[in-house]
Design a protein around this ligand. Structure first.
Ligand code: AN7
Length: 401
């Protein structure tokens, strides 16, 4: 029994204990969330934070104290000051063990999978989840099954899934269709443990980014957090982390959450702008930021809640401005990120221009994945590359003047 924690459906109010494994609400189908009693959070705030990264915050995770994590030392990523804007800091999640933020959720979910005796884990993915699941399954001695949309996964991510020994299943369809397949399988065959962010343990791991930011800023929270949104697990998780920090008495305010989608895959930005209370999925989402090429985000309700409750927003940006931001991050800040991650900085620029954010405010952009994940994306960059015969270098260089 895990004290002071239970499952809650934010949509219909259903609540249940953590003993039996459930991902979605038995009454309305919404993804479930793990919530803690206030006393448990306050008690957690009094415990010493030991070690680094995700497990440093284990007092806020739904496990007994003697749990043995399956870990690769995820989290504890750098927070850089950006040279692009005085008020902008960059949380470099590309420096996680498999080079994306997904590892924070995966260490927690695989730890739960092992506790429950699972041997097979499964996910649908635009790439990063697959890479991370494959690595953590390997670490835990489990078999991983990853479904990816055929033809739309960045090469680095696929290479990781192959390297870590995942069984890769390409689906002739979109990510959204692949996820629907996976959800069908896990509801009928309990031998598969679900690793998508519908699994509430994923959210628990990813919320630690909020705790870490709070510590890195000297036990303060920033004014604004801006991040890319695809399936919408991460914005839900980070917002949950900030709310818990406040409820635990560790912080006295919460940041505004600004989610950023790519224009061709922006059902949440549209729902936010139009004040809708239902999601209208995008049938064939398009963007070169393949990580967030998602038309029917499973955590859409939680994401709208995060934006509205926090006083933030969900906005969209065009592929051109994503590319521009990706290049600027690489060439001005020295930080190479994949296209989806650059959406956060493109979103920051749009938010500044529209007055959603003030230049004097402290803003943290979450850079969710490393640039090497998607080496083909740089074919869109302008660059200088020549080939010379040995002995011809000085002539070549003098031609540059
Ligand atoms: C780099 O890997 O959905 O809004 O299957 O890889 O929590 O979905 C990846 C998403 C942002 C969006 N940045 O996060 C997957 C997948 C990067 C990502 C997102 C993803 P969510």
């Amino acid at each position: 029994m895990i004290d002071g924690a239970r499952l809650l459906c934010y949509n219909c109010g259903w609540t249940g204990d953590l003993e039996s494994l459930r991902y979605t609400c038995p009454r309305c189908g919404e993804p479930l969330t793990i919530v803690y009693d206030r006393e448990r959070l306050v008690e957690g705030s009094r415990k010493e934070m030991k070690g680094r990264g995700v497990w440093r915050y284990s007092a806020f995770l739904p496990f007994p104290e003697d749990v043995e994590p399956v870990t690769l030392d995820e989290g504890w990523t750098p927070l850089h000051q950006s040279r692009l804007a005085r008020g902008l800091r960059l949380k470099n999640e590309g420096l996680n063990p498999t080079a994306s933020f997904k590892d924070r959720g995966m260490t927690v979910a695989v730890t739960d999978a092992r506790r429950r005796g699972a041997t097979k884990v499964i996910c649908a993915s635009t790439g990063n989840t697959a890479a991370s699941v494959a690595a953590y399954a390997a670490r835990a001695g489990m078999t991983s099954y990853v479904l990816v949309p055929s033809g739309a996964v960045a090469r680095g991510k696929l290479a990781q899934a192959i390297a870590h020994g995942a069984r890769i299943i390409k689906v002739r369809g979109s990510f959204d269709e692949a996820l629907r397949e996976v959800l069908r399988i896990v509801s009928s065959d309990r031998s598969f443990y679900l690793m998508n962010s519908v699994n509430p343990y994923r959210i628990e791991g990813q919320k630690t980014l909020a705790f870490e930011l709070w510590e890195q800023l000297g036990r303060r929270v920033p004014d604004v957090v801006v991040l890319p949104v695809g399936n919408a697990g991460n914005i839900s998780a980070i917002w949950k982390g900030f709310k818990e920090l406040k409820e635990a008495g560790l912080a006295d305010s919460t940041p505004r959450m600004i989610g950023v989608q790519a224009e061709g895959a922006a059902p949440l930005a549209r729902a936010f702008e139009e004040g809708l209370s239902e999601l209208r999925p995008v049938e064939s989402p398009q963007t070169y930021a393949t990580a967030i090429r998602i038309g029917s985000p499973v955590s859409w309700r939680r994401a709208l809640m995060a934006a509205r409750e926090s006083g933030g927003a969900i906005i969209s940006v065009g592929d051109d401005s994503i590319l521009e931001a990706q290049k600027d991050l690489a060439r001005v800040d020295g930080v190479f990120v994949e296209p989806a991650s650059a959406a956060s900085v493109a979103g920051y620029r749009r938010a500044l221009a529209e007055g959603l954010v003030d230049g004097g405010e402290e803003v943290v952009a979450i850079l969710t994945g490393h640039g090497l994940k998607d080496p083909d994306a740089v074919s869109r960059f302008d660059f200088v590359e020549v080939e010379v015969e040995p002995g011809q270098l000085s002539r070549e260089l003098s031609s540059y003047r």
